[in-house]
Design a binder for this molecule. Structure first.
Ligand SMILES: Nc1ncnc2c1ncn2[C@@H]1O[C@H](COP(=O)(O)OP(=O)(O)OP(=O)(O)O)[C@@H](O)[C@H]1O
Ligand SMILES: [Mg+2]
Length: 207
């Protein structure tokens, strides 16, 4: 067991525990499968990473997470999250350690990957409406003079604010765009799954 593996297990457990909740959200504006997709993906991820001989470095673990999500999850979110993890893996090097700078670099790379693959951006009512506000907390102009745990906590609030924002806007990407204006009033399921993953990581790191 490594700390990276333990962190992954904590994130996977949170996603799997919220399977029905995420499906319920997706049923309001989409096809009701987001929780199933995410739970299936993270179940597969845990099995794959369990078989890794060395989980001490973040790069190879993030890469396997990305490849496994792309291979095992149908629908939009699996390949999009998978691309994010692959891009974060590519942003790692031998010296990557958990700190504000590396968080900014890895999450920034993940977001750029998701934007490119999804042809989406902030305000489209997607996972990006949670991920970008989290990322902004780690930018030098916002994080200067703060310690990692203060920034992690701020980002946890920013994630919730991002989810709340998705309630106020119509969906412009994915299946939910079919219901368009009628998606106003509902949270985006991908924005919620991003918050669940981030908060599980934050809770793990705080311990
Ligand atoms: N182009 C996109 N860019 C970023 N995120 C997206 C995009 N399309 C969908 N999503 C995210 O994926 C979530 C839906 O994932 P789900 O697992 O339900 O796949 P799906 O049913 O194939 O989705 P959909 O048909 O809505 O694209 C949405 O809530 C949204 O956050
Ligand atoms: Mg769906």
């Amino acid at each position: 067991m490594t700390r990276i593996k333990d962190a992954l297990d904590a994130v996977a457990a949170a996603v799997i525990a919220q399977k029905d909740y995420l499906c319920g959200l997706d049923a309001k504006t989409g096809d009701g499968d987001h929780g199933l997709n995410m739970a299936r993906g993270f179940q597969a991820v845990c099995e794959e990473v369990d078989n890794m001989p060395d989980t001490t470095r973040p790069g190879p673990v993030l890469e396997l997470i990305g490849r496994t999500l792309i291979a095992n999850v149908g629908g939009a979110a699996g390949p999009l999250y998978g691309t994010g993890f692959l891009k974060a893996a590519q942003a790692c090097d031998e010296d990557t350690r958990l700190n504000i700078t590396s968080f900014e670099k890895l999450l920034g790379a993940a977001i750029e990957g998701i934007k490119a693959r999804g042809r989406s951006d902030k305000g489209d009512k997607t996972m990006l409406d949670t991920l970008i506000p989290i990322y902004n907390c780690f930018l030098p102009e916002n994080a200067e003079g703060k310690n990692l745990f203060d920034v992690l906590e701020e980002a946890s609030h920013a994630a919730k604010a991002g989810v709340d924002y998705t309630k106020t806007i119509p969906a412009r990407k994915g299946r939910a765009q079919l219901v368009g204006e009628r998606s106003i009033g509902y949270e985006d399921p991908g924005a919620v799954s991003s918050m669940i993953m981030y908060r599980a990581l934050y809770t793990f790191l705080k311990k």
